[in-house]
Design a protein around this ligand. Structure first.
Ligand code: GLN
Length: 273
């Protein structure tokens, strides 16, 4: 089969997006996407065709491209991902930007619910002298994060446990988290990529705020004076998250919108006095 024919099959017959079909064919054929565009007449051998047909069919059945390829780009890093971790989202780059703006270059940073390690590794890649700790309750997720840290040569401390549990009384200049925040009954959970992602990384109780409440409640015990906590959340959760931070005594509480204009991150500052 020729490249053009394979792509036509995937888009016209299976209904895949052209860009996704090219990514899957690049993987199946060992060619770059540029080469696929430049040489539509190139011939695929039987093994390549078979690999492509299988990937395209799995995509058609809903499996996320990131899981099929086993990788996703985030903040300029190529991260390995598996169904043990949430797929890093572009909007989460806002959380990284806001943390980088607020952290001292050599400060101690804590990422709660690190998953693939995306946020912690992005911060470490931008601030090599920072001491970055990342926590996750899932050993399987930490294995993915550990693999990413090693491959990227980024020295991040990885700890297993429930939110602050493995940290004793350690305090940080910055605490960041992209916790589960989807409400239990949210219809998005039965649509698209979310169907294939770990529920414990997505669902935060009946209003989606259960984990945000836990994280905020104990933030004053783990922030240095003048330190910041920054939280990602869902649409419409900015006001309740600001209220949680204010109730916990944090100051300078504000939210910021992502590129789609949705209030996506809320942060506040802790002072011991
Ligand atoms: N942003 C994800 C979504 O709604 C949810 C991620 C999360 O719960 N942290 O698709």
């Amino acid at each position: 089969m020729e490249v053009a024919e394979a792509l036509r099959f995937a888009t016209a017959e299976l209904g895949l997006e052209p860009s996704e079909a090219r990514m899957l064919l690049a993987r199946a054929s060992g060619r770059t996407r540029v080469a696929l565009i430049a040489h539509p007449e190139a011939r695929l051998d039987a093994a390549q065709t078979l690999r492509f047909t299988e990937l395209a069919s799995r995509r058609r059945a809903g499996e996320p491209v990131a899981y099929l390829l086993g990788e996703r780009e985030f903040y300029g890093l190529c991260l390995a991902v598996s169904p043990a971790v949430l797929i890093p989202r572009p909007e989460t780059e806002l959380l990284v930007d806001l943390a980088l703006e607020r952290m001292p270059p050599e400060g101690a940073v804590l990422d709660l619910g690190t998953g693939s390690g995306a946020v912690a590794l992005a911060i470490k890649s931008q601030r090599p002298r920072a001491r970055v700790t990342a926590v996750d309750a899932s050993e399987a997720a930490l294995d993915v994060a550990r693999g990413n840290a090693v491959r990227l040569g980024l020295d991040v401390e990885l700890l297993c446990g429930d939110w602050y549990a493995p940290l004793a009384d350690r305090r940080y200049a910055v605490v960041v988290s992209n916790p589960p925040y989807v409400a239990t009954g949210d219809h998005h959970l039965v649509e698209g990529d979310l169907r294939f992602e770990p529920r414990r990384a997505l669902v935060g109780g009946s209003d989606g705020l259960d984990d945000l409440r836990r994280i905020v409640a104990r933030a004053p015990s783990h922030l240095q004076s003048g330190g910041w906590i920054l939280l990602e959340h869902g649409r419409g959760q900015d006001e309740p998250v600001r209220a949680l931070l204010e109730a916990a005594g944090l100051r300078n509480v504000e939210s910021r919108a992502d590129l789609a204009g949705i209030a996506r991150c809320t942060f506040g500052q802790y002072y011991s006095e």
